[in-house]
Structures are given as structure tokens and as C-alpha cells.
Design a protein around this ligand. Structure first.
Ligand code: G3I
Length: 372
């Protein structure tokens, strides 16, 4: 009886959410058609068709999709001779069915990567030629499988510290910054038509964006293809400023690459961190004073979020000639990683669809920026 009632409720919610989307005159995908791709990160349930309420929203509202976790090394290639492609295949098939630009995230990253990639049988770091062989096989197998289907890859993710120096990852410890050149070389060799990106967070910081400029110049000097730099948009209601974001967009564009806003979410919660880190290991303890909206978001904060998104998309529209894509890091507030980072178990509202899959004030504010 209970499952019957649940399925009735689900169908009713689906009808309501679909109907409300249908009532709207336009969609994000239509509104930004002449500006830039507009995308969303999707999770395993959504990829594998187990999130019925999100399905039509993902297909109708977005012209691009990104895989939040399912193409990361530890998920798709957990052991040296073991690949798990089922969900990744479903991801690419979904993007094809929806006629969307399909993003690959991510080939080389210091996080969510198995330990065996870096060590020998004595658990000592391997020499760089061994690391390169492992990277080459991974990239050839994964990017090669989706050749001509995945339109662009986050080839290297988060190789920089916030001060623009190289992160002391085991990639860097073994090979210096040459691992970046090799990753782009292998990706381009296996799929010559795919766009290739360097992706990082806190790229509104001038010293960090200078580090990204150094990477772009290094790749170009080595004759490697790089199409864009990904600026992750894990931002807050009050930071970074529009001016800081604009300065970075202009600095990167001067290098002859596009800018893609790859992971946009605007947290409305107090930020317990000093450094705005998106590094998953930089966690904080939860407490009531940093989790004030457990019973819903006050309308005043909804309005503040809408105004913040309006200002940010006003900037994106101003520089739409420099921006290739804007991707939200999740479909609706309940999907967001921000509910568990930097503190676990919080209730955040960083996206533009609410937990009932309904568009928020921010959604309409973003649509309005296109007509201005
Ligand atoms: O899938 C397992 C599940 O089987 C298990 O029961 C559960 C136990 O906690 O963990 C699940 O894996 C989690 C995974 O998300 C899928 O939900 C991992 O613990 C969790 O660490 C992982 O978090 C992801 C995080 O990257 C990992 O670094 C977030 O969802 C994802 O939004 C976040 O995305 C990154 C980008 O890839 C790169 N830029 C920064 C951004 C935020 O860290």
C-alpha cells in the first residue's frame, strides 16, 4: 500500500514539476542558445535513470552535462586491470539522447585517484616513466572509449596551490610539472577533435590565475592543444567580487584560450573556512550557527541569491565572446555537495532549482539577464 502511495506521490510531483516547467515561456538552454553552453553536473542516480524527477529537467534546461563523480579515476579504473564503464557509458548515451555537449571530468587529479597509480610493490613512489605509462593507458582507454562522443575533457584538475605554485601532489613529486604536458599530449593523441581544458578552483585569485597562465604558456610552448581554462565557480553570496572574477576572465582570455565556468554554485551559508578551499579534505565542524536554514530559506535570502546570480550572469553575458560554457555543479539544491562541505550535514541552497525541482527566484533572474 505504502509503495503504491509513494508511486502516486512521485507521479503527482513529476506532473507538477513538468507542468510548471512547461508553463515557463523558455528554458535556460533556449535563453542562452546564442551566448554559451549552459550545463549541469549529474550524479550516478540521474545518469542511471533512477532520478525520475530530474530527468526532464536535465534534458530540457541544459545544453551540456558534466559527470559529478562517475568518470573519475578511482571510480572508472579502480584497479590496474579493472575498468568499470557501465555508468560512464550511460552518461555518454544520456548526453547523446539529449543532444547535449558532453564533458569529461576528469582524467588527472590528485583526489579520487587510486594509490596504485603512484607506487610500486614496496609502496615507494615509482619513476616518472612508470607513472607516464599508467597515465597513458588510463587516458587512452577512457578518453579513447568516448572518442568523438565526449566533446571536451578536464584533462588536469587542480594542479595549483592558491598562491599559484604547483600543488605538491604525487604527480608533481614524481614528474614535476611535466605530467601536465604529458596528460594533454595523451588526451589529444587519442581524441584529436576533443577540446582540452585545465580546471581549477579559486581562480579569482590573481596569483592563482597567474599559475594557470603559466600552465597555458607551458602547454603552448610544447605545442600541446589547450582550448580553455576552467574556472570552478564554488562561490559565496558575498565573495568573490564581480571585479575579481572579471579580471581573471580577461587575464585568461589574453592567453588565447576560452574560459569555461565549470562548477558553479553559490553557497548561502556562513563560510567556516578562511581560504574558500574546495579541496575536499579541508573540512570544518558543523554547528547551528553555520547551518541557520534547516527549516527552509527565508525569502530575503532567496532574493539575495537571485541578485547575486543576476550580477554574475550579467558579467558572463558581457563576456560571452570569451566564455564557452557555464555549468552548475548539480541539478537541484538537494543534490549539492555543499550540503556536506566544508561541514557535513548542512542544508545549503546554492543552485537554481529547489529540492522540489522547481525554479527559484535565481532561475528567473538569470533568464532575465539575457534580455538586457
Ligand atoms: O559512491 C560512494 C558510496 O558508495 C558510499 O556509500 C559513500 C560513503 O560516503 O561515498 C560515495 O562516494 C562519494 C562520492 O562523492 C559520490 O557521492 C565520496 O565519498 C565523496 O567524497 C564524493 O564527493 C565528491 C567530491 O568531488 C570528491 O572529491 C562530490 O560529490 C563532488 O561534487 C566533488 O566535486 C569536485 C570536483 O570533482 C572537482 N572540483 C571540486 C569539486 C568539489 O570537491
Amino acid at each position: 500500500m505504502k509503495s503504491f502511495l509513494v508511486s502516486i506521490l512521485g507521479a503527482l510531483l513529476l506532473f507538477v514539476s513538468t507542468a510548471s516547467v512547461a508553463q515557463k515561456k523558455t528554458t535556460l538552454r533556449k535563453a542562452f542558445k546564442k551566448s554559451f553552453l549552459i550545463g549541469t553536473a549529474i550524479n550516478s542516480r540521474q545518469i542511471n535513470g533512477r532520478d525520475s524527477l530530474a530527468k526532464s529537467l536535465i534534458a530540457n534546461e541544459f545544453s551540456s552535462i558534466s559527470p559529478e563523480n562517475d568518470l573519475k579515476w578511482s571510480v572508472i579504473h579502480p584497479q590496474p586491470k579493472e575498468y568499470k564503464f557501465e555508468t560512464a557509458d550511460n552518461y555518454v548515451a544520456l548526453g547523446k539522447a539529449n543532444k547535449q555537449f558532453i564533458v569529461g571530468h576528469t582524467l588527472v587529479w590528485h583526489s579520487q585517484v587510486p594509490n596504485w597509480v603512484f607506487v610500486d610493490s614496496n609502496n615507494a613512489l615509482v619513476a616518472k616513466d612508470v607513472l607516464y605509462q599508467r597515465m597513458k593507458e588510463h587516458i587512452e582507454t577512457v578518453a579513447g572509449r568516448y572518442k568523438g562522443k565526449i566533446g571536451g575533457w578536464d584533462v588536469v584538475n587542480e594542479a595549483l596551490n592558491d598562491d599559484g605554485t604547483m600543488r605538491n601532489s604525487r604527480y608533481y613529486q614524481i614528474a614535476g610539472d611535466e605530467f601536465i604536458v604529458k596528460a594533454f599530449e595523451y588526451a589529444h593523441a587519442v581524441d584529436p577533435k576533443a577540446e582540452l581544458y585545465y580546471n581549477d578552483y579559486n581562480m579569482y585569485k590573481p596569483e592563482k590565475v597567474d599559475g594557470a597562465v603559466r600552465i597555458v604558456r607551458m602547454l603552448k610552448e610544447k605545442g600541446q592543444r589547450i582550448d580553455a581554462v576552467g574556472m570552478q565557480g564554488h562561490w559565496h553570496l558575498d565573495s568573490p567580487t564581480i571585479e575579481e572574477i572579471e579580471k581573471s576572465i580577461l587575464t585568461l582570455s589574453k592567453e588565447g584560450v576560452k574560459v569555461v565556468i565549470t562548477e558553479l554554485d553559490i553557497s548561502v551559508l556562513p563560510n567556516p573556512q578562511r581560504n574558500n578551499s574546495s579541496n575536499i579534505t579541508d573540512v570544518a565542524q558543523n554547528s547551528q550557527n553555520i547551518n541557520p536554514y534547516t527549516n527552509g530559506l527565508p525569502d530575503s535570502v532567496q532574493v539575495a541569491l537571485a541578485k547575486r546570480y543576476e550580477a554574475i550572469f550579467g558579467l558572463f553575458n558581457k563576456h560571452k565572446d570569451k566564455i564557452g560554457r557555464v555549468t552548475f555543479w548539480g541539478v537541484q539544491d538537494g543534490n549539492s555537495w555543499k550540503n556536506n562541505f566544508p561541514a557535513r550535514g548542512r542544508t545549503d541552497y546554492p543552485l537554481i532549482f529547489d529540492r522540489s525541482h522547481q525554479p527559484k527566484k535565481a532561475y528567473y533572474a538569470i533568464i532575465e539577464t539575457v534580455n538586457k
